[in-house]
Design a protein around this ligand. Structure first.
Ligand SMILES: Nc1ncnc2c1ncn2[C@@H]1O[C@H](COP(=O)(O)OP(=O)(O)OP(=O)(O)O)[C@@H](O)[C@H]1O
Ligand SMILES: [Mg+2]
Length: 246
């Protein structure tokens, strides 16, 4: 599995946000994406999953050699790309069990799902991520606390089994135990077939799940690439020195 982002530019509401972003993420690689507030990190995530509000104005997104720049979100999911749903507007009123089943069938169209067996799997994963069993019949993200949403993102990863995983601030707003659980599950799920793009402001999660590659987005463009030491440098010095570079 290789995700290639080539000279990607994108706008939202006619405002140019991303400019010539280049990134390559292979299986067995952990990448961290950092950058100041408003740099365009979440926008990149949204563009990658094909969120309809974001317009690609240039460049390409290639997944395993296949151009998915203009593919629908369903086509992307089928190709193995995963970004946990954060703005749940589109799935309002849909039960978690139904939502996961539909999403799973997009990702694994050749597999036949036995509902009772599938629900059992969901319940087991709920235990793993620390969500009460009763959540299975609740609507997606409806009235979820901040931490419950994050736990649900990890649940989606465990159930849907995607290949390329983009996590946008999975570590913000979590209590200590939840943070440990998230890091543990991310480590456990990781393999040579799976690529991670972890968008974060914090060092903490990067200590647990160490990235080989760190990229810093400033003003919609990658200002610098490096290894783990780059995130340490940012922790120490902030982003101002990079704003001059970008
Ligand atoms: N749907 C939208 N409508 C209007 N403006 C948007 C939309 N999405 C993003 N933007 C704008 O694009 C810019 C980049 O936002 P984005 O959310 O990508 O930043 P970010 O790097 O994720 O920041 P943060 O660290 O605060 O999460 C911001 O100026 C934001 O206001
Ligand atoms: Mg963001």
């Amino acid at each position: 599995m290789i995700l290639e982002i080539r000279n990607l530019s994108a706008s939202v509401e006619d405002k140019q946000i991303l400019k010539d972003v280049n990134l390559k993420i292979g299986g067995g690689e952990i990448h961290a994406l950092m950058g100041p507030n408003g740099a365009g990190k979440s926008t990149l995530g949204n563009v990658l999953i094909g969120h309809p509000d974001y317009k690609i104005t240039g460049g390409q997104i290639i997944l395993d050699g296949k151009d998915i720049t203009y593919a629908t979100p369903e086509e992307r999911a089928r190709a193995g790309l995963f970004l946990a749903f954060q703005s749940p507007v589109a799935v309002e009123g849909v039960r978690i069990s139904t939502f996961l089943r539909i999403a799973y069938s997009h990702l694994h169209p050749d597999e036949k799902i036995v509902i009772s067996e599938f629900n059992k799997r969901i319940k087991e994963a709920m235990k793993t991520v620390g969500l009460d069993e009763s959540f299975i019949s609740r609507s997606v993200n409806d009235g979820f606390s901040g931490g419950e949403r994050k736990r649900f993102e990890i649940l989606q990863m465990l159930i849907l089994k995607p290949k390329m995983i983009i996590l946008d601030e999975i570590d913000s707003g979590l209590d200590v135990d939840a943070l440990r659980m998230v890091a543990e599950q991310l480590k456990k799920y990781f393999s040579k077939d799976v690529g991670y793009l972890i968008i974060t402001h914090y060092q903490r999660i990067l200590k647990d799940i160490e990235p080989q590659f760190v990229h810093v987005l400033v003003n919609g463009t990658i200002a610098i690439n490096g290894d783990k030491s780059l995130s340490d440098k940012i922790e120490e010095n902030g982003y101002d020195w990079l704003k001059e570079v970008a």
